[in-house]
Design a protein around this ligand. Structure first.
Ligand code: ATP
Ligand code: MG
Length: 418
């Protein structure tokens, strides 16, 4: 067979060029059209430390992730060792939701491709087309030991490819960008590794009951205990008609924000009006706040037990107000015999406010609505009340058990969050 149209060396060169180009186009089409997917890789946090219980924590995290993402579409989750991966159409829209799930140490939106070098290079190109950097470093991890290149070889191959293509400097100590390549069931490529919330999957520590006011502190306390694995119920005391429906609505909106982290919250709005009025009329003025607080705790304890919840949570911080001195806290919780968690006890307002802003409750908390405590609070509350005097004064109220039962009967229950 003769190639009469090939008249010169130049023609042969150009034919070779065309063949090489055609091959590149085919490779590009194969990998970009058929195999390149977006997947979110999720790495577990502290649940690794849980020894024999580890599987229980993994299942809880998996269920929590499913609950959160189901409403956004049909996604598939698979487990690869200590990593979950989520894939499906528009999976990138789930990033914000994933950032609010406790138990996750980090998560990344990756390109998932077939396990071969050409495909991995294509994914790197996709990633680097959107990266603005002058130096980079490649970190490769080969969990699939059958892959034909080891981690160092992957780093070398891809490092050369990126530095030539984008004219970038390799800097292993202080790079602008770290390109991660992980060889598992597929090859995964990504640059941005987002820090997760950490903590434990919600539900793995049981159910807690938070005393929620409309203020800055108690939503932060709720967030912090959900982070330690508690599901939440919430109890709020309102005093209609002195407090308005709008102040209860404010608390519900705060809880709606908290529920984005904690999942659904069962909300008890307890009508505290009769108790507050009776205390104000019959008790010593300087003790009214502390006696009101004692009622709040006792009612919360009963609701807690009825709901099979095992602990109370408050937003108290030592010394913040008169009712939060050591003496006052001792009087308040003296009759409660379940654990009371006060995650903010050693924090100052600035630290608490910072978290409130970060989780998104602050702007609602500072809306100005009347609160049952401020409306009924005395001018000069006793700063270090003595228990026996407080108990003595309470005797003037008569049948306290009946007062407590009436308030519980007079509460309104709803569910917050979806
Ligand atoms: P927050 O502490 O939530 O900012 P606050 O500062 O107005 O609100 P404090 O007077 O500091 O409330 O009360 C201490 C804790 O007592 C609150 O963090 C909350 O757990 C509980 N508490 C106070 N008021 C109420 C209320 N009306 N309903 C339920 N719990 C309340
Ligand atoms: Mg407070």
């Amino acid at each position: 067979m003769t190639f009469s149209f090939l008249n010169s060396i130049h023609d042969i060169d150009s034919l070779i060029d065309n063949v090489v180009e055609a091959k590149e186009v085919l490779i590009h089409r194969k990998f970009t059209w058929r195999i390149m997917n977006r997947e979110i890789l999720i790495k577990f946090g502290e649940i690794f430390l849980k020894g024999e219980n580890r599987r229980k924590f993994e299942i809880a995290l998996l269920e929590n992730i499913k609950k959160r993402i189901n409403k956004f579409g049909d996604f598939k989750i698979k487990q690869m060792g200590a990593v979950y991966s989520i894939c499906g159409e528009n999976v990138e829209n789930l990033m914000d939701e994933i950032s609010k799930i406790f138990g996750i140490s980090s998560f990344s939106l990756s390109w998932s491709v077939e396990k071969n070098l050409e495909a991995i290079k294509e994914a790197c190109k996709n990633e680097f087309d959107n990266v603005n950097a002058s130096s980079f470093k490649v970190e490769a991890k080969r969990s699939d030991k059958k892959f034909y290149l080891n981690s160092a070889q992957i780093c070398n191959e891809i490092g050369d490819f990126i530095s030539n293509k984008y004219n970038l400097r390799v800097d292993v100590h202080n790079p602008d960008v770290i390109l991660k390549i992980e060889i598992k069931n597929s090859a995964y490529v990504y640059c941005h590794n987002n820090k997760g919330l950490g903590g434990l999957p919600v539900g793995t520590s049981g159910l807690g009951t938070v005393l929620i006011s409309g203020g800055i502190d108690s939503p932060v306390a709720s967030f912090m205990m959900a982070k330690r694995g508690l599901r939440l119920n919430a109890v709020h005391y309102s005093t209609p008609p002195y407090t308005s429906a709008r102040s209860v609505d404010k608390v519900k909106r705060i809880l709606d924000v908290v529920s984005r982290y904690s999942g659904k919250i069962k909300f008890f709005n307890v009508n505290f009006c009769d108790i507050q009025k009776k205390i104000k009329t019959l008790c010593a003025e300087e003790l009214t706040t502390i006696i009101s607080r004692r009622f709040m705790y006792k009612i919360a304890q009963i609701i807690c037990t009825n709901e099979k919840s095992s602990c109370l949570i408050t937003g108290e911080s030592l010394g913040q107000v008169a009712s939060q001195t050591v003496g006052a806290i001792n009087c308040t919780s003296h009759d409660v015999d379940i654990p009371i968690f006060r995650p903010l006890i050693g924090m100052d307002k600035e630290e608490i406010t910072k978290i409130a802003k970060k989780i998104g409750t602050f702007d609602i908390s500072i809306e100005n609505f009347e609160d049952c405590c401020s409306l009924f609070s005395p001018k000069n509350p006793k700063i270090n009340p003595i228990l026996k005097f407080v108990e003595g004064d309470e005797k003037k109220l008569g049948d306290m058990k009946q007062m407590i039962n009436d308030a519980i009967d007079n509460s309104e229950v709803s569910e917050i969050g979806d």
